[in-house]
Design a protein around this ligand. Structure first.
Ligand code: SF4
Length: 466
């Protein structure tokens, strides 16, 4: 059996897109899926990440599996159509398929809903016996212990900044309205045994590790166990956590002692009413400056992420947010436009108010406006987001932030230069068939097909797996 595993990308993230190699780390989805292929099937596995290489449309494979996030759904469906026309069997899975399985089902011979650990091998065995089913759904009793480590050799390591990427947990305990995690996988995080993570790090002889976990401290007891186990490795690591880490000083100290040198945190908004309305009350904008100080005191740098377009954002929010990011010296500020991923509470709320302007999933990438904002026009929101990026990454403002950075200066400078490039070229990607004011009817008619198959109810930082 010949299997091809593909991670399609939207225009922004394709090999020809805006991100450079320096900003990419190896995503774990394809290595994880490849490792789960049962040995006794004698299958050959080819993996293609469209972020780093072109997809061969004539690829020699019997079965093609694609991992789909909402922004890549149209690309995945287009590829699926071509592959199926050529007689290949297509399987779709991933966050978008889990959120809106009925949207994906017509485009595939089979779909996997939920995590793949149990269902992907089951699907492959069924396929090998000519008994492929239309849908495989993760069982509620899934336990992540005892599965093979991701096979990172299936992707070309040299094409990435690093392949020392690890995943200890999945899911989150919180319920932020805009987040795909609670909608797709519920609020009970799964964890891998700590010794399996430590073994993986040791085997790779990693000196620096990236944890892609969406919230590494979702289970505090587990986080403590993991951080303690990391100390003897004497590595430096980077990951994601909520601002709550800075309210648990012993855990923060333990993270620092275990080698934490950088965290991504969703600060989301400088307006408390936005945070309250989106079920993220545990973020306190008046404490953001103190939070950065606490991290910097422990040599931990911060990638602080903000979202624009929540209902209490007014026209001044862009400049206020960007100025705050510079004033409090966030090492690497990031800004995004609120994206109402299908299936989330945010999507339901906006849809019930008839404020969804487009169901063209390709525009659901954090950089396009797909809904009617409450207090401004879609254009104002799009331009305001750009304005914030440009302000935070002006030379002068980079220099002001670098004066206080917790990261080694060359690292901070390199990452800031990468983001400056992004900030000043973002507009180049606003031409992918969208001009919300003029094209809305076209986008709407294009989306009707999708909305018919989507259930009435529906993604990671960076280019992780989402
Ligand atoms: S946004 Fe972060 S804290 Fe909120 S539910 Fe998602 S992963 Fe958890």
């Amino acid at each position: 059996m010949k299997i091809a595993l593909i991670s399609p990308k939207g225009p922004l993230y394709r090999r020809s897109g805006i991100f450079r190699k320096s900003l990419r780390y190896m995503p774990l989805t394809l290595p994880t899926l490849a490792a789960l292929v049962p040995d006794d099937l004698g299958a050959t596995v080819t993996c293609i990440d469209e972020g780093i290489e072109e997809i061969d449309l004539d690829i020699d494979a019997d079965l093609i599996g694609m991992t789909v996030i909402t922004g890549t759904a149209p690309r995945s469906y287009e590829l699926a159509k071509r592959f199926r026309a050529a007689g290949k069997t297509v399987v779709l899975g991933g966050p978008h398929v889990t959120l809106v399985p009925d949207d994906a089902q017509p485009h595939a011979d089979s779909i996997v809903v939920g995590y793949a650990e149990q269902e992907w091998p089951r699907l492959l065995r069924d396929y090998s016996q000519g008994q492929l089913k239309e849908r495989y759904t993760q069982r509620p009793d899934l336990d992540l212990a005892g599965y093979p480590q991701p096979d990172r050799s299936v992707l070309p390591e040299r094409r990435f900044l690093t392949a020392d990427v690890f995943e200890a947990t999945r899911g989150c305990v919180h319920n932020c309205s805009f987040c795909v995690v609670p909608s797709a996988w519920g609020r009970k995080p799964l964890v891998k045994p700590v010794h399996e993570i430590i073994d993986d790090i040791r085997q790779r002889r990693a000196k620096r590790a990236i944890f892609i976990d969406l919230n590494l401290i979702a289970n505090r007891e587990y986080a403590r166990e993991l951080f303690e186990a990391l100390i003897p490795l004497r590595i430096q690591w980077y990951g994601l956590a909520t601002t709550l880490l800075c309210e648990d000083v012993p855990l923060l100290d333990l993270a620092a002692a275990s080698g934490c040198r950088g965290l991504l945190m969703g600060l989301e908004s400088i307006r408390s009413d936005n945070l309250a309305e989106n079920h993220k009350r545990f973020n306190h904008p008046d404490q953001y400056g103190r939070l950065v100080e606490m991290l910097h005191d422990r040599r931990i740098s911060l990638q602080g992420c903000f979202v624009f377009g929540m209902d209490h954002d007014t026209a001044d929010v862009f400049q206020d947010t960007a100025e705050l990011a510079v004033d409090i010296a966030i090492d690497l500020p990031r800004f995004a436009i609120l994206t109402p991923f299908p299936g989330t509470a945010t999507f339901h709320s906006l849809d019930s108010q008839s404020r969804i302007l487009s169901r063209n999933w390709e525009l659901y990438d954090g950089q396009h406006v797909v809904f009617q904002p409450a207090t401004m026009s879609p254009e104002q929101l799009a331009r305001g987001n750009e304005q914030a990026w440009r302000y935070a990454y002006r030379w002068r403002n980079i220099a002001r932030r670098l004066l206080h950075t917790a990261a080694p200066l060359h690292v901070a400078a390199t990452t800031n230069l990468g983001y400056r490039y992004y900030a000043h070229h973002l507009d180049r990607f606003y031409n992918c068939d969208w001009m919300i004011a003029t094209a809305t009817p076209q986008l709407r008619s294009g989306s009707d097909n999708l909305s018919q198959s989507a259930p009435p109810e529906l993604v990671t930082i960076g280019d992780g797996d989402e």
